[in-house]
Design a protein around this ligand. Structure first.
Ligand SMILES: *Cc1c(COP(=O)(O)O)cnc(C)c1O
Length: 416
């Protein structure tokens, strides 16, 4: 592939070199070069992440926090070092505020069950938005139903931006928590999280941010965002599946009872009663995904080395290029045209259903997602049952966008 467009770009990211770090990207699929544009579902892994997993199992594998033996000490050291790396990556204050979980979904459920559930009374409200992923809807619905509380929804305008005046009206003395996505997995909208958090805090309301789509695209500084909880998944951040992070500010985490009980989360157990471990172990019952955490550390090292600001600038440029390219496809409707967006392009076409679009693209070796994107209320908002979605990462190229646009023109021909 030509590096011409990269050389012309002011951010001068050496994309071809970065692509070389991701073995899967050099594959052929359906006898065509793979064009992977489903990064919003899961991102590909650099060799360093794959090596970190393999090295851990080959040389360090042991259970943590339990053994006096050498390997167990090594594994514990690596696992805890990762916690510190994540704290710095997020600019959080303390390692004890970093809780390892399975992913975004588990992190949100932990906060719903341990933070919200004991606090909710009849008539209380939890505030979410119309653009949330099911993971940031259903856990709140479950606790609200149990406690007689209500879910309130901040509306989204046609461009895909939150209507902040409505948000301010919805913030009332009944509000117990605001749970909002950093960036929409469907519309790409980057929400003004710092502003949202500041407004909530004026009323003494804590804020949870679903960072699943924010952190893969944007440098995250928790002290700038000012939220109380921030949750993300390793696998969307170029790390392994099965590991994720819940950040919680110490004061709130300390006020929360354990969620799951078992090994590692205790101080002392007897049949008369049990005392619990301090943070963060109190929320990490059972053997965690040790290799996953170590793989996530490798992913974070990779991103830091490549330069997060540079990656984000390149992606913004590629998003602009892709937006231009897709707007030239006949009969294509783009959803989500917010001023501040991450690299997500959801669309529908007059000629074909999103699933048929996906199938034609697949035959060209192009991977996109088609469906409701775990955001059925948002589909209803736009009056469509499904959308097609191309989601970008820093290893995507203009040539790949050209291939996507060409394949979409082919969709028009096939279904003409
Ligand atoms: C993917 C995603 C989730 C859920 O992440 P899991 O890794 O499946 O737990 C939640 N919110 C958003 C915005 C997502 O994109």
């Amino acid at each position: 592939m030509s590096t011409l467009s990269v050389a012309q770009s002011p951010t001068a990211l050496d994309v071809e070199r970065l692509r070389g770090d991701f073995p899967i990207l050099s594959q052929r699929v359906r006898n065509k070069p793979l064009v992977y544009l489903d990064n919003g579902a899961t991102a590909q892994k650099p060799q360093s992440v794959i090596d970190a997993l393999a090295d851990y199992y080959a040389t360090e594998n042991a259970n943590i926090h339990r053994g006096v033996h050498y390997l167990s000490q090594q594994a514990t050291f690596a696992y805890e070092r990762t916690r510190g790396r994540i704290r710095r990556f997020l600019n959080a204050a303390d390692n004890s505020e970093i809780i390892f979980v399975r992913g975004t979904t588990e992190g949100i459920n932990l906060v719903a069950q341990s933070f919200a559930r004991p606090r909710l009374r009849e008539g209380d409200e939890i505030l979410i938005s119309h653009m949330e992923h099911h993971s940031n809807i259903v856990p709140w619905q479950m606790v609200c139903a149990e406690r007689g509380a209500q879910l309130r929804v901040i509306p989204v305008d046609e461009a895909g931006e939150l209507i902040l005046e409505e948000y301010e009206k919805l913030l009332t003395p009944r509000t117990r928590l605001v749970a909002i996505t950093h960036a929409s997995n469907v519309l790409g909208t980057i929400n003004p999280v710092a502003r949202i958090a500041a407004l909530a805090h004026q009323q003494g309301v804590p804020v949870l941010v679903d960072g699943a789509q924010g952190i893969p695209h944007l440098p995250v500084d928790l002290r700038e965002l000012g939220c109380d909880f921030y949750v993300f998944s390793g696998h969307k951040l170029f790390g392994p599946t099965g590991v994720g992070v819940l950040y919680g500010c110490r004061e709130l985490l300390e006020s929360m009872p354990p969620w799951q009980g078992g090994g590692s989360m205790i101080q002392k157990v007897s049949f008369e009663g049990t005392t619990y471990a301090d943070l963060p172990n109190r929320f990490e019952a059972g053997t965690p995904h040790i290799a996953g955490a170590i793989g996530l550390e490798a992913a974070i090292d990779y991103l830091n080395e490549a330069g997060r600001e540079r990656l984000a600038a390149y992606e913004t440029e590629l998003l602009d290029y892709a937006t231009q390219a897709l707007s030239q496809v006949k009969g294509l409707r783009l959803f989500g045209t917010a001023g501040e967006k991450v690299g997500v392009l959801s669309f529908a076409m007059e000629a074909a259903h999103p699933h048929d679009i996906g199938t034609v693209l697949d035959s060209e070796g192009i991977a996109i997602r088609a469906g409701h994107h775990c955001a059925q209320p948002l589909m209803q908002r736009y009056g469509v049952p499904a959308m097609a979605r191309a989601s970008l990462a820093f290893y995507n190229t203009r040539e790949e966008i050209d291939a996507l646009a060409a394949a979409l023109c082919k969709v028009n021909e096939v279904f003409a």
